[in-house]
Design a protein. Structure first.
Length: 260
């Protein structure tokens, strides 16, 4: 049994190496590192890394170990449907097929630059399809607003650098409008969505309609995606593996694009 297990590991490593080394293939890390600079919702606990041990032990070898704590929803992370839809899947219940999927990018950077409270519309999606073809089934649909250029400056990225409940009213950043969310669930069969802002709903949202519409249908979402400006419109694969928190409403995620 042990030999079979090691053979399985070796095959997995070999397959991953082939993916990474295919001529002409690029890999882009879409994940912000987690640190004291990581952006969280004003009411959430930020990322903390505490030292348990660093240095040379009394036996003469170097050893380091840390502990970390943070809210589920911050930095580059995944929302599970249960985040806004009672009884829907938690993080540990998401099928791998929804986490490893083709990616496409809808670019609304010009509209967001003109209006930091811009809400992406169904018309934006229809116009994208006129130029690029039908949004493919099973894809992760990414929205590029250009907000990544502000990360990790909370004042520019969120609209405020204050903390606490009162700061929520000061949030200003673009998001996916409810009309786009309704159009997607009615007309397309995607795995999930992602955005380069702190929330799929725009900053001034109070009802979080887009979260509720998408998650009720079992879709997932990724927020605070990095380096989206390096992605093509289509022709790439997304791998987005969250920390497998049992019953979690969300989790930090390591998100990678593989471009052929």
């Amino acid at each position: 049994m042990r030999k079979i297990a090691w053979m399985s590991v070796a095959l997995a490593v070999s397959a991953a190496t082939v993916v990474a080394q295919k001529p002409g293939r690029r890999m882009i890390d879409l994940t912000y590192p987690f640190s004291s600079e990581t952006i969280y919702w004003p009411t959430a606990e930020g990322f903390r890394l505490q030292v348990d041990s660093v240095g040379v032990t009394d036996k003469g070898y170097y050893y380091s170990a840390y502990r970390f704590s943070a809210s589920e929803h911050g930095g580059t992370h995944m929302d599970a449907p249960v985040h806004f839809a009672e009884g829907k899947p938690a993080v540990d219940q998401i099928p791998l097929e929804r986490l490893i999927a083709p990616g496409v990018v809808v670019d609304v950077e010009k509209k967001a630059a003109a209006d930091r409270d811009y809400q992406i519309t169904a018309e934006d999606l229809i116009e994208w399809e006129k130029q690029n073809g039908r949004i493919p089934d099973g894809c992760i649909l990414l929205f590029r607003t250009g907000w990544g250029k502000f990360y990790p400056d909370a004042k520019k990225y969120l609209g405020t650098d204050r903390k606490g409940a009162a700061a929520v009213a000061e949030l200003h950043f673009p998001g996916i409008g409810p009309s786009a969310a309704r159009w997607l669930v009615a007309n397309r069969r995607i795995a999930g969505v992602g955005i380069d802002t702190a929330s799929i709903d725009y900053g001034q949202s109070q009802l979080f309609e887009t979260h509720r519409i998408l998650y009720q249908e079992g879709l997932i979402a990724f927020e605070n995606i990095a380096r989206m400006e390096e992605l093509p419109v289509k022709g790439f694969q997304i791998i987005a593996l969250p920390m497998k928190i049992k019953g979690g409403s969300g989790a930090p995620v390591r998100m990678v694009a593989i471009i052929d």
